[in-house]
Structures are given as C-alpha cells and as structure tokens.
Design a binder for this molecule. Structure first.
Ligand code: CO
Length: 445
C-alpha cells in the first residue's frame, strides 16, 4: 500500500518536473492543480473578499505563488480569526542559463549559437553534450494595446553545448575551468550566408522566429522575453529497487511538489495554512517576487484585514505562526564522505533532513526543530540531521531571508540528494512521500 502511494507520488513528481521547464511553467502548473482542488485566485491589484473555510492563491510576476486555506471556524466576529499561520516555503527556480537579448551569434560563418549567461550557480560541465531547449515567457503586443505575456516551451531537441574533443584539450580530465562566455553557448543550427541580404534570412532573430511560429504570432509582436535553457531528458527512477530519482530541477521542485500535494490534501485545524513558492532563490532572493520581498507579508496582512481585523491582529497571529522552509539538502556523497560533517550525516533514504547552522543561515533552533520532529513522529516519517563541516561555508536558503520580513518561528528542512546544482540531480524516491506526510501533518494541526 505504502509502495503504491510512493509510486504514484513519484510519477506525479516526474510529470510535474517534465511539464515545468521554466519557473513560469512551475507556477502555471501549481495554479492548474490548485484550481482543480477548488482554490480561487486573488489578484494583488484587486480588493479581496475571503470566506472562512475558503481556499485561495496569489501569483506575483508569474513566477512566485502563495496559496492559503482558511479554517472553517475562521473569524469574523471572533476575538481572533484563527490561531496563526502554518506556512511551508520552497523555491520555484533552479540554476540554468538565461538567454540574452539579441542572442544569435555566428561562428565560422555558419554555426549559429545563442548568447546566454548563468542564472545561479550550476555545475557548468553537466550542461554539456546533452539535448537542451528553451522555455520561459515572452511579452507580446496585445491587439487592444498594452503588453501581455505568453508561456513558451520549444518542446523539441533544439540545442547542444558541445565539449571540446579530448584530443584538443588533453588536460581536461585533470580539471578544466569552463568559461561561461567562451565555452557555454549552445549551438542552435547551421546558417548559410545568402546571396542577397534579406532580413528573414538573417541569423539575427532566428530564435524569436522559432518562438513566434510556436505561438502562432508575428515575430514583430514579441517585444521581449524571459527565456531560459532547460535539460530535455526526462526524470526517472533508478537503482536496483528504484530507490533513487535522477532528474533535472529536483532542487527544489521535489519540495514544491511534495508541498503542493501535502497542502491540497490537508484540512486546516486551528491555523490558516499557507504554501509559499518563491522565485529567485538561486540568485539571492532579492527581487520583488523573491523570499526577500514583501510578498509573504503583504498576503498575510491582507488575509486578516479582509476578514475585518486590525493591524495589531497581524502581529498576534504572526507571533503564533510557524514556517517550514523546505529546500533540498546534501546527502553524504559515497565518493567523498570526508566532505560531510563528522556526526550529522544525512543519507539518501534516511528521511527528512533537518538543517542546522551556527551562523543562522538555517533558522532551526531547539524549539522549532523539536516541533518538526514531533510532526515527523506523528506522521510516521523518519528524520535525520544536517550541519556543515565547521571548516566549510555551505549554502543558504529561504528561511532566514523570509523571516527577516515576517518574523516567526521557523525550521529549515530538505530532502536528501546528491549532485546539487548538476543539470541532472540524484535524489531519494522515498523522500517525496515522507515530505508529503510530514507537511500534511503540520497543516492539519
Ligand atoms: Co534549493
């Protein structure tokens, strides 16, 4: 029975990742799933009417989303609308390459490549020699004037970043410093210089014309785009018993998907439930839709004011609230056990990872981690602990950035994985169900 549920969840996860080649697709797929579960959209520019027991979601910039579900017994007319907020947060973005404006560049008068730049800190070499394509959004001229947006996914094998042959770089296996400008531009096609100069034959605008054809619109109506490369290979289960997941964007879509599934299936108890999925974690969160923005605070403030409560109620509710910041965690690597902390050594398959950091890059403290352990125990889910080696810096995540805007009790967790920020990462297939169960428990308290 448990095996069946695990299998279904992982199939759902892999489909979700496959259908989400860019952040904009991640949010669009969350929206579709939430709509199906009866959630209604509230736009930030409108005034809000909210009902007790109601389920809603808000999108900012098409790349971040906050969904919330109010308890049946929520105010108005009571001393306080509910006890507080139970929030889980994860991030929608993954390291990739952003396509620059005027992307086409020609080499040897025939190779057409796209000029791209790094988005986040990926392992560069993992993006070479594999099928890639382009997805994101374009901003288009609307017939009635103004600017609209369209999602775009060139859903075919379109690009490759070829390595240099070993014969021309004999030292490549001793380590090679890839230069993002020189080495990482993907090849899109061959071009022949026309006899007569004509705009439609120019390599300039080649990508735009592909996108226009895909969307069935005129290239001139595309005014701009936020376009990114993505890995074409499908995610899959792998290992003797399918115990691993090999997939692009596991960090952090495994947490996003598990959060979504736990969220839609949980009936709120005394707390209003919130799922926050933020963009731009991989580049420091400092955008208007990132964790370092007012997005979460704005939504929470509007929830209680829409129910008819004053500003001091916001602080009362936040004081009784809890945030689980969910972002994948490093499992001990079999070839490099020395890189892990001597005693806090998460493994693939070992359960949800609770992360600690003396310098507070992770928000977990004794009390918040104790609550997380309780919820895991109540859900029958194992957990393990992570700390960086004391001589290593480690990464950062959403929790402490988010709590600098909305200061509430918080714990940092993740699902164990290897090869973080590789184009294709290795995770734990059992962990998806663990995260769904633990978060569901949290949201039903
Ligand atoms: Co992450």
């Amino acid at each position: 029975m448990e095996g069946k549920r695990e299998e279904q969840l992982n199939r759902g996860l892999l489909e979700f990742i496959q259908d989400s080649p860019s952040v904009f697709h991640v949010i669009d797929n969350l929206k579709k799933r939430l709509e199906k579960a009866g959630f209604a959209e509230r736009r930030e520019q409108d005034s809000w009417e909210l009902q007790p027991g109601g389920s809603y979601y808000v999108i900012r910039n098409g790349s971040s989303l906050i969904a919330f579900r109010l308890p049946e017994a929520a105010g108005p007319g009571k001393e306080r609308p509910f006890r507080g907020y139970h929030i889980a947060a994860a991030h929608s973005d993954s390291p990739t390459f952003k396509v620059k404006a005027l992307p086409e560049t020609v080499a040897e008068k025939q190779y057409v490549r796209l000029n791209v730049e790094k988005y986040g800190g990926m392992i560069l070499s993992t993006w070479l020699d594999r099928p890639l394509s382009v997805a994101g959004r374009v901003a288009v001229r609307e017939p009635e004037g103004g600017v609209g947006t369209r999602l775009v996914n060139l859903d075919r094998d379109l690009l490759v970043i070829p390595n240099l042959a070993v014969h021309m770089n004999r030292d490549i296996n001793s380590g090679y410093a890839y230069n993002p400008q020189a080495d990482m531009l993907p090849l899109m096609g061959l071009w022949q210089e026309p006899q007569e100069e004509s705009a439609s034959q120019s390599p300039q605008g080649m990508l735009l014309r592909e996108i226009a054809r895909e969307l069935g619109i005129c290239p001139e109506d595309i005014l701009d785009g936020d376009l990114y490369l993505y890995v074409r290979e499908k995610g899959r289960l792998l290992g003797r018993e399918g115990e691993f997941i090999l997939s692009p964007r596991l960090d952090d879509l495994q947490c996003v998907y598990a959060g979504l599934e736990g969220f839609v299936s949980a009936i709120p108890g005394q707390y209003a439930n919130v799922l926050a999925v933020f963009d731009n974690e991989e580049v420091g969160s400092g955008t208007r839709q990132g964790a370092d923005s007012t997005f979460l605070e704005d939504v929470l403030l509007r929830i209680q004011s829409s129910l008819g409560y004053g500003p001091s109620m916001y602080r009362q509710l936040v004081a009784d609230s809890f945030l689980i910041s969910a972002d994948n965690a490093h499992a001990v690597h079999p070839a490099h056990p020395e890189k892990a902390d001597p005693t806090n050594r998460p493994v693939l398959g070992g359960g949800i990872v609770i992360k600690y950091h003396g310098g507070q890059k992770y928000t977990s403290d004794a009390v918040s981690a104790a609550w997380m352990k309780l919820w895991c125990q109540r859900a029958g889910v194992p957990y393990q602990t992570f700390a960086n080696r004391s001589d290593m810096a480690g990464g950062s995540t959403l929790g402490n950035i988010s709590t600098s805007h909305v200061s509430l009790a918080s714990v940092d967790i993740g699902l164990p994985q290897l090869a973080m920020h590789s184009a294709v990462e290795t995770g734990c297939s059992r962990a998806t169900a663990y995260a769904v169960s633990a978060l569901q428990q949290f949201w039903q308290e």
